[in-house]
Design a protein around this ligand. Structure first.
Ligand code: ATP
Ligand code: MG
Length: 455
């Protein structure tokens, strides 16, 4: 871990701290930006906390463009160079009666109380050029040990605000940290209270968790805590499927697959679709489980059922439509066979486009990586890789869309076809012939074929 000298707030944050200090107020950068700086990461944003009240900040920064929508909670944002910089009055949260939001906030004069209301020790450190690092709850030590620990009594902190339970697991996935045992036990105990967190917030936290580099490990370790957010996980935990293919139960397998997913080189949407698809791909297995005479588990219909369940879950969480549709399409066929011949591959490229098949290959490889490590599984991986190579090649060089044909509708009209549905149908017919290899994709030959067909 770096030393405190590595905290280097940008010019603008320093200027704001300096102005508050010169006016006689205390001012620090605080929270996530201090944590990330100490970890050697570049913070997303730099939060400032101060003893100045909102109206005092308004007066002090009267000549600046201010955003005041958070003023009631103590936050005044100054716009500098097109970016807004938030400054929040030291505050203490009032009673929590809804398990999520404080009924009121109380402004307090000292930093200690402001730090004490923060969620985890690693998020409860402040820094200023004058005082250096202010670490009153052992945040640095926990950062070094990779531990998320509630500030104060974990049971009380989770009872106040159930979102913290999800934040704990999400930070663990992003930072590769563990939960302190008392914090983990309290989170487990209070897991069902996550129901009072809004669907949008649950989605955002799970989404960020899945994008964390340690997501696989964290899901395996803290899946039970997440059952408050995603009740479907409960029946996956311990759902047996071990046999020739599987060495894990359904939840261990899912977690391992999330950990094995390779999103390198993918666009952001595909990466996100895949993370959720891997999480949800086998979620219907507990609903489809049968056992044969030999005692082996089978899951007939779990692809289709899984797609329906994934849609229900993602709609419940108010996920974006592209994500829901993308995930369901993949889950519906995740375990099915891949097209083998060039013609079958071209037809599939025609129907679904290369992006779908690229995604499906990544999903299949993540799925297979979380199976028993044996020759049969290795053979399936090779088949997926071979398919991916061939599919990519055909996607680059083959003709599988009407727009890839060497002639257009206008060419057909110029050759005498009546404008209207006939043109589209003829293009489709030509495309089929080109994909099947019965016609070359060259303008003259295509026109010739159309002429001889209409004779
Ligand atoms: P990130 O921005 O990566 O999510 P962060 O730690 O900056 O991480 P924010 O949500 O931006 O998280 O919140 C800033 C700070 O506010 C946190 O570091 C923490 O000190 C405090 N905080 C945020 N949410 C809560 C909460 N629900 N309960 C207590 N403290 C919180
Ligand atoms: Mg932040």
């Amino acid at each position: 871990m770096n030393t405190t000298t590595d905290i280097r707030p940008p010019e603008q944050a320093r200027a704001l701290l300096g102005k508050l200090r010169r006016a006689g107020y205390e001012a620090y950068i605080v929270g996530g930006c201090v944590r990330d700086s100490l970890l050697g990461r570049t913070p997303d944003d730099w939060d400032i906390c101060t003893s100045a009240r909102p109206e005092e900040m308004e007066a002090l920064f009267a000549g600046y463009r201010l955003l005041l929508k958070g003023k009631k909670h103590g936050t005044v944002a100054v716009v500098l160079d097109g970016h807004s910089w938030e400054m929040t009055t030291f505050r203490q949260d009032g009673q929590y009666t809804d398990g999520r939001h404080p009924d009121c906030v109380r402004f307090v004069p000292c930093l200690r109380e402001d730090l004490a209301r923060r969620d985890f020790t690693v998020n409860a450190m402040a820094w200023s050029p004058e005082d250096g690092l202010v670490d009153l709850f052992g945040g640095q030590q926990d950062l070094q040990a990779g531990i998320l620990r509630c500030v104060g009594d974990p049971e009380a902190r989770f009872e106040e605000d159930a979102l913290r339970i999800l934040r704990a697991v999400r930070f663990a996935a992003q930072l590769g940290f563990r939960l302190d045992p008392a914090t983990a036990a309290a989170a487990r105990q209070a897991r069902l209270t996550v129901r009072c967190v809004s669907a949008e917030r649950i989605f955002t936290e799970l989404d960020r968790l899945l994008a964390g580099f340690a997501a696989g490990t964290v899901l395996a370790q803290y899946g039970d805590i997440l059952t408050g957010a995603l009740p479907e996980i409960a029946s996956c935990i311990g759902c047996g499927q071990q046999g020739r293919w599987h060495c894990y139960d359904v939840w261990e397998h899912t977690s391992a697959a999330v950990g094995a997913l390779d999103t390198d080189g993918l666009d952001a949407r595909s990466a996100r679709v895949l993370r959720w698809a891997v999480l949800l791909h086998d979620m219907a297995k507990p609903l489809c489980r049968t056992v044969d005479e030999a005692g082996a588990a089978h899951f007939p219909g779990h692809n289709q059922r899984g797609a329906r369940l994934a849609r229900q879950i993602l709609q419940r969480l108010r996920a974006p439509v592209y994500l829901t549709d993308g995930v369901c399409a993949l889950v519906a066929v995740h375990d099915g066979p891949l097209p083998e011949t060039d013609l079958a591959i071209l037809e599939q490229l025609h129907q679904r486009g290369p992006l779908f098949w690229q995604r499906l290959c990544r999903l299949k490889l993540a799925d297979l990586a979380a199976h028993t490590n044996n020759d049969a599984v290795a053979q399936r991986c090779r088949e997926v890789r071979d398919f991916a190579r061939r599919m990519e090649y055909l996607a680059r060089t083959g003709c599988y869309t009407v727009s890839g044909l060497a002639l257009t509708g206008s060419d057909l009209i110029a050759a005498g076809l009546t404008p209207g549905p006939l043109v589209g149908n003829t293009l489709e017919w030509l495309l089929q012939a080109v994909m099947q290899g019965t016609l070359p994709n060259r303008k003259e030959e295509l026109l010739q074929a159309v002429r001889s067909r209409s004779v």
